[in-house]
Design a protein around this ligand. Sequence first.
Ligand code: PRP
Ligand code: URA
Length: 209
Amino acid sequence: MAKVTIMEHPLIRHKIGIIRETQTGTRDFREMISEIAMLECYEATRDLKLEDVEIDTPITRTTVKRLAGKKLAIIPILRAGLGMVPGMETLIPSAKVGHIGMYRDPETLAPVEYYCKLPADIEERDVFVVDPMLATGGSAIDAINQLKKHGCKNIRFLCIIAAPEGLENLQKAHPDVDIIVGSLDEKLNEHGYIVPGLGDAGDRIFGTK
Ligand code: PRP
Ligand code: URA
């Protein structure tokens, strides 16, 4: 079964407290989403492979560690996943970025895919799928289905707020995918929104409401 990490770090809990507040404006909301993504990225990259490299310091020759050149990709689920990309890129700047566009049908809550553009060598890359919200899990499950169809084998999913229902559905559908969660909330409401949640993440990141 996939490993699920619920981030307990005080900085993440503090920043999630800020984005939950209705009064938090677009600029601060965006900044917090990016910073939380960066902190989660630190956790998600914990097992990246290192190799030994010989270098000269000003004092002597020595052996240091370098990332072993593993190819990485960040895949935001549009739109809201875009908000997590700057924070991810801060820590893994050479990662390629692919995009999967999904929206939830407001009636059925089923995800509808409208866009997919991935790096040409995506099947060779370790993939970090990012979306701030894991509600029913439908969008994340479909996005990961799409990546597996393209040959991806090593996939991690990072979200900021998850509902228990979505987490369970994602684990069942993709037991090989490790999941990093900023906060595991109480439940979904009758409209498919996470409670207490933060409302519509896409609208709050882009100021469309
Ligand atoms: C939101 C969110 C996820 C999805 C989660 O996207 O960013 O992609 O809902 O819900 P699920 O787990 O039930 O699938 P939304 O459909 O609002 O699109 P947007 O990001 O373009 O606003
Ligand atoms: N998508 C959001 O943006 N917020 C929710 O609470 C659920 C899905």
